[in-house]
Design a protein around this ligand. Structure first.
Ligand code: NAG
Ligand code: NAG
Ligand code: NAG
Ligand code: NAG
Ligand code: NAG
Ligand code: NAG
Ligand code: NAG
Ligand code: NAG
Length: 792
């Protein structure tokens, strides 16, 4: 076995070596981004632009390889550019071209894989039966959804394919929903298993994409359309897209459950809104070039809000002009479309948050007030509360032999590997029929894999000792599984040592309602500060993303469906992927009540009304019981009902974002191409000025401990009663002085906006990140602006 693996490894290595020596000459998919397309109008121009792109390609591709003169994708609506097969050399020649903003290899992005809404409402203190104010059904949410990713691998979704939609789900019924808004220009694409009639007044659009891959090195006699068009369909074949779409805007479904767990009414955040699905990923992965196309289509079709649960890896983050999601969402914002993205599942390390451009609403994930416990009962009668979602058929009346992984190691396998339940590390003769205890000392082996390893060795069940991740229940299907903390784990190991025949059983999962504390920032949720700049606080806010019940495709995989049951139409999933559509749904809800509000008003409303306390009235925490910082939760957990009436909002304009690009250090020429105007950068441009952007939170990347000070300006717009007076209160941490001036803002019929300054200085005592907030209040509204200052 080992030798086979070694052989495979050597083979792979030699392939990589061979490949890298040829990498410069081997054509690869690239994205060529050419800025705003404001000058393109109508189909005639569109065709002309396409021809110009083809001419540009043929000017750099050698004539004997003319089969590569074709566009994998062509962008002409909100922005200009194309995707093509280029060599590294050709790409570098192109990037020097006058009209071109950036050229980058087409990245493969990763997936950031109902009661939750009631919880958000309860949290905002308004009760779950609050009658929604007249909400119109005119808001359209575009869901750009994806495919496989390695964070899914890390977070227990091995082989999790996502994308597309399952139209038969009860969450997409259109009972009681009015006519489709006339401004809608989208389509319902047909596929082998998807008909036009699968769309309705709820699911109003569905698109899928096929990428034209040029078979590398193949000569096909100049046939520009030689790439075989694969049979496509907007249909979801995994469940991720259906889950995210129904979370954002699913219709109300009574008595929904996941095999009796989490029973209740399932509904999206904005049940009256419409859904359009853009299936941007295929079984081969999720290409950045395709995401660009999907977002362009969504803008063109007329969506109001785009929800994207996809991102670059936090390790290989590109800068804003080389990141397809950042580029496309900039243009979406320019066209008045709000973009909401998951922040990633690479936590809890700092600098892991992705999708961190200021024009994106970046979402972290937290748990809701519901836990799933699977009791572990030892032979001596001691019971421990463990966590998992399982359909174990074991009972309290019968126990099974219990063993520590390290004690049932396969021959010539290190005990440390067997303790971790590494693949191939358990001796199936010794493990057979037993419940195996594993530890989690190596994050490279995800929980689901440990479960599979034990299952393959014939084990009867697995108890995993993992303090950090126990708050995110693993769905282990019918295989008995439970996850316990370090203390409980130690006692179990002691019990094994204390007796000759240790025994145990794992009981089926039970739901614990009204679980406290909640919310808690999820262990996996990616953390700030942002890796590209610390002058903008990211993530922006947190939303439910742990064990979220929403619609799925009926899957009948062996081991996932309890015996005697039909595959469930709902599932419980975890990830910032699940948190992102909660914000999209909340934004759609606000837009349906305030149709005239811009994306930045909605974002500000959601951020300044977010809560930083939990359902025990204490400050929100992270999964190791420390107070959660704004680098973990942004402004806090969103409260959609409060956000309807925020009092004051920060409006951030496209011009602010162009200034951001200047301060970040991009050349004025590139920013002009992006903006499509003769915009000029301010004469003084340096990164620290970004802190002055009119953003709904404040972040200062460095403040000298000795004599550092910085003054920040903000402008607020009154959206509450016309005559009102707001007073500021400052919550400043030790080591930092923060003063607001003026500390009183008066709004009248004619005076709707007001500016203020916040003066920050170090008191010289301590260094490190200082967190606090400025809160404006008129007695009715509390407009909380969180700040982060890094004292160095
Ligand atoms: C190009 O490829 C398409 C699709 O495979 C085929 O239908 C067409 O006949 C080919 N054209 C030429 C000139 O080879
Ligand atoms: C909900 O569904 C279950 C079976 O799926 C059924 O036993 C129960 O009576 C239903 N409850 C309501 C309130 O309809
Ligand atoms: C929780 O916060 C504390 C204090 O900031 C930090 O030390 C700890 O690593 C955090 N835990 C997790 C799981 O993020
Ligand atoms: C539990 O289910 C497994 C199959 O998943 C079966 O082999 C076993 O006999 C069942 N045990 C009991 C007690 O029903
Ligand atoms: C159990 O016994 C083994 C070997 O005797 C020892 O290494 C281990 O530390 C003991 N574990 C506990 C929890 O006492
Ligand atoms: C930009 O163009 C407008 C007219 O389109 C003109 O009025 C303005 O002066 C120009 N600004 C700069 C900085 O060139
Ligand atoms: C605001 O106050 C002014 C002056 O006191 C008054 O004329 C006006 O009617 C008030 N407006 C509202 C909306 O109350
Ligand atoms: C709480 C719950 O639904 N637990 C289930 C776990 O699985 C067993 C076996 O399928 C069910 O009987 C339990 O109801």
């Amino acid at each position: 076995m080992a030798s086979l693996l070694q052989l495979l490894f050597l083979l792979t290595l030699s392939c990589i070596l061979l490949y890298s020596t040829k990498a410069n000459e081997t054509p690869q998919p690239y994205v060529v981004y050419m800025g705003s397309s404001t000058k393109i109008n109508g189909e005639g121009d569109f065709e002309a632009a396409k021809l110009a792109h083809l001419r540009l390609l043929s000017s750099i591709i050698p004539s004997e390889e003319s089969e590569r003169v074709f566009l994998r994708h062509s962008y002409n609506h909100a922005f200009k550019g194309f995707s093509a097969m280029l060599t590294e050399k050709e790409a570098s020649v192109l990037s020097g071209h006058d009209e071109i903003v950036s050229v980058f290899p087409d990245p493969i992005l990763q997936l950031h894989t109902t009661r939750s809404w009631d919880f958000l409402e309860a949290e905002s203190g308004m009760g779950s039966n609050h009658p929604y104010p007249h909400s119109s059904g005119d808001v359209i949410i575009g869901i750009v959804d994806t495919e496989i990713s390695f964070n899914l691998l890390l977070y227990d979704c091995v082989g999790d394919w996502s994308v597309g939609i399952w139209p038969e789900s009860p969450s997409f019924n259109d009972n009681g929903i009015g006519e489709i808004p006339s401004r809608w220009k989208g389509v319902c694409m047909e596929g082998s298993d998807f008909k036009k009639s699968d769309c309705n007044r709820k699911l109003i659009g569905a698109r899928y994409y096929t990428i034209q891959y040029s078979s590398i090195g193949a000569k096909t006699g100049g046939n520009k359309t030689h790439a075989v068009k694969p049979a496509g369909s907007p249909r979801d074949f995994e469940g991720h897209g259906t889950h995210t779409a129904s979370t954002a805007a699913g219709s109300t479904v009574l008595n929904a459950s996941y095999y009796d767990l989490a029973r209740g009414t399932a509904k999206g955040g904005s049940p009256s809104s419409r859904i359009a699905m853009y299936k941007a990923c295929s079984i081969t992965g999720c290409s950045g070039a395709t995401i660009l196309k999907a977002i362009e289509d969504a803008i063109k079709d007329g969506v109001d809000i785009i929800s994207i649960s996809i991102g670059m890896s936090s390790i290989f983050q590109s800068d804003f002009l080389n990141d397809p999601i950042a580029i496309a969402s900039f243009h979406a914002h320019q066209m008045g479309v709000m973009v909401i993205c998951s922040g990633g599942n690479d936590g809890p390390d700092p600098y892991t948050v992705v999708n961190s451009a200021p024009w994106i609403f970046t979402v972290a994930a937290s748990n809701i007030d519901r836990a799933f416990q699977s009791m572990v009962v030892l032979g001596n009668g001691h019971a421990f509360q463990g966590y998992a979602i399982n359909f174990s058929n074991l009972t309290r009346s019968k126990t099974y032999p219990l063993a520590f992984g390290g004690d049932v190691a396969a021959a010539s396998t290190p005990v440390s590997e067997a303790s971790n339940c590494y693949p191939g590390s358990l001796d199936s003769k010794k493990a057979f029929g037993k419940i195996i205890i594993c530890v989690d000392a190596d994050p490279a082996i995800p929980r689901r894999m440990k479960k599979l390893v034990a299952e393959a060795a014939g084990a009867r069940g697995v108890i995993l000792i993992d303090d950090a991740e126990k708050g995110v229940p693993l769905d282990s299907g019918v295989f008995p599984f439970s996850e316990v903390g370090d203390m409980a784990g130690l006692q179990m190991l002691k019990y094994i040592n204390s007796t000759k025949n240790p025994m145990a059983t794992i009981l089926p999962a039970e739901e614990i309602p009204r679980f406290r504390p909640a919310p808690v920032v999820a262990y996996f949720s990616s953390r700030g500060p942002g890796g590209l700049t610390e002058t903008i606080l990211k993530p922006d806010a947190t939303a439910p993303g742990v064990a979220i019940l929403a619609a799925t495709i009926p899957k009948s995989d062996i081991g996932s469906v309890p015996i005697g049951k039909n595959p469930s139409m709902f599932s419980l999933r975890s990830g910032t992927s699940m948190a992102c559509p909660h914000v999209a749904g909340a934004a759609a809800f606000i837009k349906s009540v305030h149709p005239g509000w811009t994306a930045s008003k909605i974002k500000s409303a959601l951020m300044t009304t977010a809560t930083t306390s939990n359902n025990m009235g204490k400050p929100l925490t992270n999964s190791s019981d420390s107070f959660a910082s704004p680098h973990e939760m942004g402004a806090g957990q969103i409260c959609p009902l409060k956000a309807l009436n925020p009092g004051l909002v920060y409006e951030t304009t496209t011009k602010d974002y162009l200034h951001f690009l200047c301060y970040y250090g991009y050349k004025e020429k590139l920013i002009r191409s992006m903006s499509g105007t003769n915009f000029s950068c301010p004469t003084t441009s340096f990164e620290d000025l970004i802190s002055n952007l009119n953003y709904p939170s404040i972040s200062i990347s460095k403040l000298d401990r000795k004599r550092g000070s910085q003054t920040i300006t903000r402008t607020v717009t009154n959206v509450g009663s016309k005559n009102s007076t707001y007073i500021a209160t400052v919550q400043a941490p030790i080591g930092l002085v923060a003063k607001v001036s003026p500390n009183k803002l008066i709004f009248t019929d004619n005076l709707r906006t007001a500016s203020f300054k916040v003066f920050f200085s170090s008191d010289g005592s301590t260094m490190g990140y200082k967190f606090g907030a400025v809160t404006w209040s008129d007695g009715l509204h509390f407009v909380r602006t969180v700040f982060v200052v890094n004292v160095v």
